[in-house]
Design a protein around this ligand. Structure first.
Ligand code: 5AD
Ligand code: SF4
Ligand code: FES
Length: 342
């Protein structure tokens, strides 16, 4: 197993069967090596992003997600431009230099409204980066928002296997279009993030290999990986959550495949296991994304059950995350946290 891990770290091609051996393996060396590679590039510094969940409305109906339009139990809200700017104001003070505007696919926010929000954040906080995470949009909309000042875009590909994609989404959602969007975003000039859930219903180890190979080809700046966690008001209410070790190994393998990758230890990972985010960092992750959303809406942005931090204020999460990172020998830094060139 060690030779295989070294082979991956040396950027040699490894086969599908070798990936399939590595993914579920119980080998501490995999995480050690991933940490070593991260330290070489990013030291013990962990980047922080402020997540602003600005709308819980979504026109889509993904089978796994608590915000899907058919979930009539979900409470919906929208933040105004002023509320979003207030999150940034508080966030800047807490040391955030990246703001992630995340929401369901909500047509209330037209290109004009979004461009105005982006422009205003960008002119007020010139040393900050803005990341959009607002689903599939047209090429022109994405370009307008890029011109308004958004530099990064997160769009999880969800699964690179087209048949699997079609099994966890309703027929109107297309895996081809999803991938095309990611390539379009790159073409526009965005630093792109893709990603997927580990353990989504119907996912096999072969599907995860498909994801790794897709990521290698797309060559994104960031990859968001977290476990699938069931939500009680979705068709997948009774499905089991993703496996902790498989999430951690996926992170470690990605770190070895792409040493400079921005890899968040996600909130879903922290929800699956009380030390999930620490374990994620120890397996090679180098980003954390504490929530900056106003306390009164946090309980309404529920993609899955038992989400952590829904009762906390931004300042509490920053202090909590800071301590957690220090306990494992790392340090949160005040920085935009750009992907370094290697
Ligand atoms: N469990 C874990 N992650 C989920 N997401 C949506 N629903 C769930 C769930 N039940 C993830 C998707 C989406 C991102 C915003 O959250 O990957 O892209
Ligand atoms: Fe909407 Fe995103 Fe949830 Fe799908 S995963 S229902 S697009 S918020
Ligand atoms: Fe939110 Fe710990 S990170 S309370």
């Amino acid at each position: 197993m060690k030779e295989l891990i070294d082979k991956l770290a040396e950027n040699k091609i490894i086969s599908r069967d070798e990936f399939k051996v590595l993914l579920p393996c119980d080998e501490v060396y995999l995480h050690e090596k991933a940490r070593e590679v991260r330290h070489k590039i990013y030291g013990h510094q962990i980047f922080m992003r402020g997540l602003i969940e600005f709308t819980s409305y979504c026109k889509n109906n993904c089978y796994y997600c608590g915000l899907r339009r058919d979930n009539t139990n979900a409470e919906r809200y929208r933040l105004s431009k002023e509320q979003i700017l207030d999150c940034c104001y508080k966030g800047y003070d807490l040391g955030f230099r990246t703001f992630v505007l995340q929401g369901g696919e909500d047509n209330y926010y037209t290109d004009d409204i979004l461009a105005e929000i982006v422009r205003e954040i960008k002119t007020t906080y010139q040393d900050c980066a803005i990341t959009l995470s607002i689903g599939e949009k047209s090429y022109d909309s994405c370009r307008r928002l890029y011109e308004a000042g958004a530099e990064r875009y997160l769009l999880r590909h969800e699964t690179a296997n087209d048949a699997h994609y079609s099994s966890i989404h309703p027929p109107e959602m297309s895996p081809i279009n999803r991938k095309k969007c990611l390539y379009d975003l790159k073409k526009i000039g965005y630093q792109v993030g893709c990603g997927f859930m580990v353990g989504s219903p119907g996912q096999s180890i072969d599907h995860i290999v498909d994801d790794l190979l897709f990521i290698k080809e797309l060559d994104p700046a960031m990859v968001g990986i977290g476990p699938f966690i069931p939500h009680s008001s979705t068709p997948y209410a009774r499905e089991k959550p993703g496996d902790l070790r498989l999430v951690l190994n996926t992170l470690a393998i990605l770190r070895l495949m792409k040493p400079n990758l921005l890899l968040p230890a996600t909130t879903a990972l922290g929800t699956l296991d009380r030390n999930g985010r620490e374990s994620g960092v120890l397996a090679g992750a180098n980003v954390v994304m504490p929530n900056l959303s106003p306390a009164q809406v946090r309980k309404k942005y529920l993609l899955y059950d038992n989400k952590i931090c829904t009762g906390d204020q931004a300042a509490e999460c920053v202090a909590c995350i800071g301590k957690r990172m220090e306990r494992i020998g790392n340090k949160i830094v005040v920085s935009r946290g750009d992907c370094v060139a290697i």
